[in-house]
Design a protein around this ligand. Structure first.
Ligand SMILES: NC(=O)c1ccc[n+]([C@@H]2O[C@H](COP(=O)([O-])OP(=O)(O)OC[C@H]3O[C@@H](n4cnc5c(N)ncnc54)[C@H](OP(=O)(O)O)[C@@H]3O)[C@@H](O)[C@H]2O)c1
Length: 263
């Protein structure tokens, strides 16, 4: 890998973010680790025996624009401009948008997964363009390729994240700053642990991180991990709406976050 020195990761207190943090740490990088539960990150870093001079923890709620931007600014002041920024923080909450009370749930999902991504990148874009280098990585999802039942909020948010990353990538063309849209399939983390449906090609967070580091290193534009889900995702993208409706008919839906029945 081409020696990135500082890696900024949101959602570093759990799952994919934590696994990515560990892989980059093992590669000798310094880390800027962001989440709301800073204590969880601190305890984890200590339990892993990480050198306290190689990481700084920033507390931020990325669904609040000022909070996400502030964490980025603090990183610029304390650690400098990262080589890689990974907007990974995300939530997957089921909704039934026929229920009034689920609209706030959807709003929160969009605030975290879409605005949180843009606000996590924002402080670094102009400085990276000025420097002429940097990698921005958006953790999207295969669930953003087509609408899935119960996932109206999550699929919409990840679809928006995919398009947002693509817009940013073409905007930053020839600036030296790359944008990678990384779409995980099913990864074993707290986010998926209560899913009541089959999760084909399930990967551990560690296996995902190992593959993701390689993909980020080669500045890929758009990658699905694992590749088997990439094939499934490619097919999903091509299917006409009529066929997609038939494929998803009768599939178990993501349970509502508010956990009331769907009657
Ligand atoms: N697991 C999968 O199968 C899968 C598949 C496709 C895509 N993804 C995406 O991968 C990313 C990571 O998911 P994961 O599976 O690792 O989930 P996870 O284990 O639940 O971790 C989510 C991380 O996001 C952080 N987070 C959530 N809301 C936040 C907020 N408002 N502000 C700051 N941080 C926030 C959490 O930290 P705090 O709670 O401490 O703030 C936590 O560190 C998400 O974007 C998810 O959509 C996951």
């Amino acid at each position: 890998m081409t020696k990135p020195r500082l890696i900024y990761i949101t959602g570093a207190s759990s799952g994919i973010g934590q696994a990515l943090a560990w892989h980059y740490y093992e590669l000798g990088c310094s880390l800027a680790l962001v989440a709301r539960r800073t204590q969880v990150i601190e305890e984890w870093a200590q339990s892993m025996g990480m050198d306290e001079h190689r990481y700084v923890i920033y507390g931020a709620d990325v669904s609040v624009i000022d909070s996400a931007c502030r964490a980025g600014q603090e990183c610029l002041e304390r650690q400098g401009l990262p080589d890689i920024v990974i907007a990974n923080a995300g939530i997957s909450w089921g909704v039934d948008t026929s229920r009034r009370e689920d609209l706030e749930v959807m709003q929160q999902v969009l605030a975290c997964n879409v605005m949180g991504m843009a606000a996590s990148f924002q402080p670094f874009i102009a400085p990276m363009v000025k420097r002429g280098s940097g990698c921005l990585v958006g953790i999207c999802s295969v669930a953003g390729i087509r609408g899935l039942p119960g996932h109206a909020a999550y699929s919409a948010s990840k679809c928006a994240a995919i398009s947002y990353c693509e817009s940013l990538r073409v905007e930053l063309h020839k600036t030296g700053v790359s944008v990678t849209s990384l779409l995980p399939g099913y990864i074993e983390t707290p986010l998926t642990q209560n899913n009541p449906y089959p999760m084909p090609f399930l990967l551990s967070a560690n296996d995902f991180a190992k593959r993701a580091v390689r993909v980020i290193d080669r500045k890929a534009r758009y990658v699905v991990i694992p590749w088997q889900m990439g094939i499934a995702g490619g097919l999903m993208r091509l299917l006409p709406a009529l066929i997609w409706d038939k494929v998803t008919q009768g599939k178990t839906r993501k349970p509502r976050h508010l956990n009331k029945d769907l009657s």
